[in-house]
Design a binder for this molecule. Structure first.
Ligand code: GLN
Length: 186
């Protein structure tokens, strides 16, 4: 299982460290050659507008769209924004890989960052999820399954191929979100 972490901008190092701690040899994805080695790709948190521009700058948007049905993608925070089909921001072109829309920073601005206990539908363990300028899902289609909610709002969703997460699993000691992603890949 070759897991890559899109390493153009944002929180990619934390995911690489997490995957290394699990004895995986993650691929630091900066270009197409790296991307085409991957069975799974993590798009980390960061700044979705910047990452979107850098995808174009590196010619990676086209390549991700080309292989999206063959690989599995986990989008975290800004990565969730990029996976979504959200079109109402002038400076942002999402990948529209999953059929849902978000409100950027919908869980509050930087100063309102918070930790919240999360219970998923696939694990008995509760863990702390960290929300930093996190996107709030405002609508989703029937193709989407909700795996965890906070205040009755979905924060972890899948279309059974890709996974999108509002909070940052890389800051938690719990590995269940990563393990769910590994299962999708396998
Ligand atoms: N609000 C940021 C964005 O929309 C995402 C923040 C994050 O990834 N922690 O790009």
């Amino acid at each position: 299982m070759n897991i890559g972490v899109l390493s153009l901008q944002g929180n990619y190092s934390e995911h690489l460290i997490k995957l290394e701690s699990l004895d995986l040899k993650p691929i630091k994805v900066k270009n197409k050659i790296d991307l085409f080695k991957c069975d799974g790709l993590i798009i980390p948190g960061g700044e979705s507008t910047t990452m979107s521009k850098m995808l174009d700058f590196q010619g990676l948007r086209e390549s991700i769209l080309e292989i999206k049905d063959k690989i599995h993608i986990m989008g975290v925070c800004a990565g969730m924004v990029l996976l979504s089909d959200t079109s109402n921001y002038n400076n942002l072109e999402t990948l529209s890989i999953m059929d849902f829309k978000v409100n950027r920073n919908g869980w509050g601005r930087q100063i309102h960052s918070f930790n919240q206990k999360i219970k998923t539908s696939f694990s008995d363990n509760q863990f702390i999820g960290t929300f930093i300028r996190a996107p709030k899902i405002v609508s989703y289609s029937d193709s989407i399954k909700c795996l965890a909610k906070v205040k009755n709002e979905p924060v972890l969703i899948t279309d059974n191929h890709h996974l999108a997460c509002s909070f940052h699993p890389e800051y938690s000691n719990d590995l269940s979100v990563y393990k769910y992603f590994f299962k999708l890949i396998n």
